[in-house]
Design a binder for this molecule. Structure first.
Ligand SMILES: [Zn+2]
Length: 405
């Protein structure tokens, strides 16, 4: 009896809140769950959840940092850091140079508390060190941030008390050696050397100097760029789900349909197109791993080779359609290329948070033939950045799309 009444009340509450769109949000929650564990599960909080989800869809939310970044630094990739070798975690509270003093006062103290062991060492002893030949005390590691914009990499860090200078180092491969790039007394450094089709790790080492000999801070944070994370076998670049020939989705990844935010964005685009007299519809949205497998192997059988099928069909696990974040619109055929509708999509989809995922002339980068009908939802901020830059996701983040089997 009670249960029924509660259920009815819940239903009424849900209807009042107009959460019809969350009907299939369970799938979305699966994805979001890996990003945000704060999402409530109780039915009563559905309206709240809807808000959380829609907020999250905006790309600006990505690494849920509290630092306020200006719109010009939208391309700034906040990278998390891992403490090398040592198990101690250094709290990253890098404040971009542009931030106002308040965040520093609120965010910096935790860093200092975690490093109290070292902090006791040298509280402003730069002059004392000159008079007494004591060995330089251990200095704090620099808390830094790597940002990249269209192939240009810039690193900024907080000044470390007692440091004579800073050395910027790079590691060009996972097993590679650390290589010194530059030493500077400033708190920033930039170059155009990195950012394309490779992954790098950076570190900034603060040092003291005595008799021309440098002593580096022991614990140094390491920042990977591009910032790739894997959660439950799913790859995210800077918080954005990535699937291509290099980065597959696990077989178990099955949102079961387009994510609510993708659906909502498409609906908005459909209406916008209708105003221009263009009608849009989804001809292929979500595809399961199993379905993609059937599709792909049918193409292989038809073409007689994988090499041929690989140019237009993704191997199971590598299809973006499995993510629920993309859709083929109207007519998935090369005859659609250049049609008025395709041109409309090309010119306008970015306004709704979509990108043409496999653009013309980028076949070697994306790994796929030009597909004027395949749009990927990346959020409005990202779609604008990518469209303005004319770069594919792979180029923007310096990633590859190649099968390694
Ligand atoms: Zn497609």
């Amino acid at each position: 009896m009670d249960k029924r009444r509660i259920a009815a009340a819940l239903l009424a509450a849900a209807m009042l809140a107009g959460c019809g769109e969350t009907a299939d949000s369970e799938d979305d929650l699966m994805i979001r769950a890996s990003v945000d564990h704060t999402a409530a599960t109780s039915e009563t909080s559905l309206p709240l959840m809807t808000e959380t989800i829609t907020k999250e869809t905006t790309m600006s939310e990505k690494p849920t940092e509290t630092t306020t970044e200006s719109s010009t630094t939208a391309t700034t990739k906040k990278t998390t850091t891992t403490t090398e070798a040592t198990t101690t975690t250094v709290t990253t509270t890098t404040a971009p140079e542009t931030t106002t003093p308040p965040p520093e006062t609120t965010t910096l103290p935790p860093t200092e508390t975690t490093t109290t062991t070292e902090a006791t060492a040298a509280p402003a002893k730069t002059e004392a060190a000159e008079t007494k030949p004591a060995a330089p005390k251990e200095i704090k590691a620099a808390s830094f941030m790597v940002a990249t914009t269209l192939g240009s990499t810039s690193i900024t860090w907080d000044a470390v008390d007692g440091a004579k200078g800073y050395t910027v180092c790079v590691r060009r491969s996972k097993d590679g050696e650390w290589e010194e790039l530059a030493s500077t007394k400033k708190t920033s450094w930039s170059t155009d050397e990195f950012g394309r089709n490779k992954s790098y790790a950076f570190t900034v080492k603060a040092y003291t100097e005595k008799d021309g000999k440098r002593t580096y801070a022991k614990k140094n944070e390491v920042s990977e760029f591009p910032y790739l994370t894997q959660k439950n076998g799913v790859t995210y670049v800077d918080g954005l789900l990535l699937v291509n020939k290099t980065y597959p989705l696990p077989q178990s990844y099955a949102p079961g349909g387009l994510t609510p935010e993708t659906n909502a964005a498409f609906e908005e685009m459909r209406k916008g197109a209708a105003k221009d007299g263009v009608s849009l519809w989804v001809c292929s949205g979500y595809r399961s791993y199993a379905y993609q497998s059937t599709l792909y192997w049918n193409y292989v059988a038809r073409d007689g080779s994988q090499t041929s099928a690989d140019r237009y069909s993704a191997r199971p696990g590598h299809s973006e359609h499995q993510s629920g974040l993309c859709a083929d619109l109207n007519w998935a055929s090369r005859y659609f290329n250049g049609s008025p509708t395709a041109i409309w999509i090309q010119n306008n989809c970015w306004k709704y948070g979509f990108i043409i995922r496999y653009p013309e002339g980028k076949e070697d980068i994306t790994g796929y033939n030009y597909e004027s009908w395949h749009v990927r939802f990346v959020g409005k901020e990202m779609s604008k950045l990518l469209t303005e830059s004319g770069l594919t996701l792979e180029e923007y983040y310096g990633l590859t799309s190649k099968y390694n089997y």
